[in-house]
Design a binder for this molecule. Sequence first.
Ligand code: EPZ
Length: 420
Amino acid sequence: MDKIRIRGGRPLSGEIVIGGAKNAGLPLMVAGMLTDELLTLTNGPRLADLDTMAALIAQHGVTVDQPTNDGRVLAIGGPITNTEAPYDIVRKMRASVLVLGPLVARVGEARVSLPGGCAIGTRPVDLHLKGLEAMGATIRLDAGYVHASAPQGLRGATFVFPFPSVGATENLLMAASLADGRTVLANAAREPEISDLADCLVAMGARIEGIGTDRLTIDGVKRLHAATHAIIPDRIETGTYACAAAITGGQVHLRNGRLTHLGALVRALGEAGVEVIEQDGGLTVKRLNGLHGADVMTEPYPGFPTDMQAQFMALMCVSDGAAMVTETIFENRFMHVPELNRMGARINVHGASAIVRGVPALSGAPVMATDLRASVSLVLAALAAKGETVVNRVYHLDRGYEAVEQKLAACGADIERLSE
Ligand code: EPZ
């Protein structure tokens, strides 16, 4: 298993190009299953999770081509010959459950392994299933698999989310695009990745109103056709490298970064003393003076993103004050805390909240990555720490960050990957 070694203390300076969003690319790839023509996606990031999704879609019989040799263009579409999503793929990536709606909508049946929990929580899929039932699917659970069937096709329905689930909104949005009649998704999630998926579906011939709001109205069509769609830049990668600039006291330009996609993160960074300016086709980020404590609570978009909680906590570890970080989306997303404390941070967890008391400096140490965002928070802490840090199990990092050591080294970080 690869490791990453970092010697901290160098302010970052330079430019980082932000790639296509992992959490937009994954549902967009699945949207290709909705058409027997080809959906062409551009600006694809080179990430392990998208490779896993490509393998899953291909084993359904759907064409998955990479027409360019840089792997950043994906062409997906065609007939579905296998309606089962096997456990050995689904267990590796819970976004696999997104094939459920498209399979039922397109061919009337699906047999998808339940994803099971993951490091950050149990992460059930009950809302995905309830929504499909509302649209006329019969759902049966058997031997760890969901059997969904709608031999007469899905019909439009009104479904009110008890809370705005990102994946369930995406699953039902795709299913409704081919359902018979009108579907209304109320209290739906509004993340930029969902608007990106909706824009792509419209380009494929879907009829969707309310894009960007929490109420999506979809009038189903018989079939969807070919389209070409550019994946939006990754707002979490943007926020992560903004925190890297801030924690090292440097200044970095994040090419392709979009201010509107960062939601409440910009306000929190401002409160912490970090300036984010939209200019030159991206965002320029720099720490103004000291780093100040700023309280954050994770919420659905446009609130503070849960996928930025670990990174912001790392930043608060070296603030001149204290910060309360509250996680409301997942039940176990503080696994970076013991590792940060091993680097000299002072963090106390009380239920869903962590109290972070800033320290003058962190100290490098061998640390363990546990999940994607916890891993990168350890990299951020290491960039600011005195001495050497070795982050183990960086395969977690490779799921969601393309060429992280190259991007940081190009801005002056002393970082290298140690391949075992
Ligand atoms: C998406 O996961 C993202 N993944 C996550 O990013 C992100 O943290 C999350 O949205 C919240 O923004 C992708 O887009 C591939 P949810 P998803 O359904 O769809 C509960 C990363 O680091 N829930 O909004 O699984 C669930 O347990 C990853 O890139 C139900 O109870 O998120 C969780 O507590 C991590 N029943 C909460 O809702 C359901 O049917 C939010 O889940 C569905 C979800």
